[in-house]
Design a protein around this ligand. Structure first.
Ligand SMILES: Cc1cc2nc3c(=O)[nH]c(=O)nc-3n(C[C@H](O)[C@H](O)[C@H](O)COP(=O)(O)OP(=O)(O)OC[C@H]3O[C@@H](n4cnc5c(N)ncnc54)[C@H](O)[C@@H]3O)c2cc1C
Length: 413
């Protein structure tokens, strides 16, 4: 078996396959440790899985409540609340260390480490031939595409369509500063132009802050340039508004950006003996841009589908995606398309989310909803409010093109 890509999705998939006794090659174009553009926050569902797998890394910073800041500078706090299947906290750790930790765990379980760039996939049934840059190739009876947002496996297996996908682009720097709470900032440097995204500053180990800006671009990847152009003005504004105390511009790392693929849009998760996981499957949350937890969970789900029932693996994995992610991703991807078509709604969105009503159960409900934590939320007023919001969004988007496409894609296997 071959797992192409050794980010969180691929390493978890390879580790799970190796644990079941399979012979598995874990292929990545980079040698580990490698840097990766990210906000570095592993959310509560990710932390729960790491805990269950005894893989919680040493040296991470524990993060709880999160501040939201609106375009006018008003701030609210989203409380971190434990649910029935996740803790009330998250982890922050540079991806260079986090991904190397998971990669090592996969190798220790018996996965074979192969450094090479996947450039093609041949064969329609039985063994698939994976072509690597430079001319080498290998044969695998199963292929898991874990090669991120621009997945070569997804394209080669005709499981992803870039023209129908919803991409995002985000870019960050590490800076030295004091930061009281992780913060998400619905930032705009002009009252008239709103970014279809947000900025963030998250505390990391050793007094380092990860500060970045991300935008949704739909299928138009050229629109990503705005994030890179506005990163430094954004960081300056964080400093000017007092969020980054003692910020020293000379301490900044070089900027590093990367793509996100969201909302399962333009994706068919599996067919035959090829399964896509993590960002390759478009599993980044369209509301807040996180995907590490979904990547790790989907990697394990794909591996288990193959091991438990090889004859029905693609169908079973597709059903897992449908049951666990389709409702939220389909409806919020449709909302994201609305924001892309009408960017001014982003200013309204930021203002509503940081209004005076954003406290108590309302703030808890929003935290559950947009972090995709509703299924495992503890019953109570906040969960009821979040369920009502979720129901309203699903109903109001049920006839959109985005939802229709997803229903079609997830019926097949
Ligand atoms: C700037 C930014 C900030 C983000 N912040 C957060 C955050 O704070 N929290 C969060 O949860 N998510 C965040 N995300 C999303 C998160 O990074 C992804 O959801 C997550 O990394 C997905 O994991 P993955 O294993 O699917 O893919 P990746 O982590 O992208 O790993 C893919 C791997 O495949 C390899 N690869 C790619 N192409 C090939 C090829 N052709 N051949 C061989 N190997 C290949 C790459 O080298 C890489 O190691 C952010 C993304 C960006 C860009």
């Amino acid at each position: 078996m071959a797992v192409c890509g050794a980010g969180p999705a691929g390493s978890m998939a390879a580790r799970s396959l190796a644990r079941s006794g399979a012979k598995v090659a874990l292929i990545d174009k980079a040698a580990f440790p490698r840097d990766k553009a990210c906000g570095d926050l592993v959310g509560p569902q990710g932390l729960a899985l790491l805990d269950q797998e005894r893989l919680v890394p040493d040296g991470a910073v524990v993060v709880g409540d999160m501040a939201l800041m609106g375009p006018g500078g008003n701030r609210r706090v989203l409380p971190a609340v434990a649910g029935t299947d996740h803790p009330g906290r998250a982890l922050s750790m540079p991806r260079s260390s986090f991904d190397a930790h998971l990669h090592q765990a996969a190798l220790e379980m018996g996965a074979m480490d192969i450094t090479g760039q996947v450039v093609g996939l041949d064969g329609n049934s039985g063994a698939r031939e994976i072509a690597l840059a430079g001319g080498a190739s290998l044969l695998a009876d199963w292929v898991i595409g874990a090669d991120g947002a621009s997945s070569a496996v997804g394209s080669a297996a005709h499981l992803s369509d870039a023209n129908d996908s919803m991409f995002g682009f985000a870019i960050r720097r590490y800076v030295k500063a004091d930061l009281a709470l992780p913060i998400i900032f619905f930032w705009s440097d002009s009252a008239l132009s709103h970014l279809p995204g947000y900025g963030w500053a998250f505390p990391g180990p050793d007094g380092t802050v990860n500060a970045g800006l991300g935008v949704a671009v739909g299928a138009n990847r050229r629109a990503a340039a705005v994030a890179a152009k506005r990163l430094d003005p954004f960081i300056d504004s964080l400093s000017a508004s007092g969020v980054l105390a003692g910020y020293d511009p000379g301490s900044s790392s070089r900027p590093l950006g990367g793509w996100l693929r969201m909302g399962l849009a333009g994706i068919r998760p599996a067919r035959g003996r090829v399964l896509l996981v993590g960002d390759a499957a478009g599993l980044v949350n369209p509301m807040q841009g996180e995907g590490i937890a979904q990547a790790m969970h989907s990697g394990i789900a794909a591996s288990r589908s193959i091991v438990a029932s090889p004859a029905n693996a693609a169908g079973n994995y597709t059903a897992w995606i449908r049951d666990n992610h389709a409702g939220f991703h389909g409806s919020t991807a449709a909302l994201q398309r609305l924001v892309l078509e009408h960017p001014s709604t982003m200013g309204l969105f930021g203002a509503v989310l940081t209004g005076p009503w954003m406290k108590g159960p309302v703030a808890q409900a929003w935290g559950m909803y947009w972090n995709e934590l509703l299924a495992g939320a503890t019953p109570g007023t906040a969960k009821s409010l979040a369920m009502a919001l979720d129901g309203a969004v699903r109903l109001s988007t049920s006839l959109t093109r985005t939802r229709r496409q997803m229903r079609r894609a997830l019926r097949w296997a």
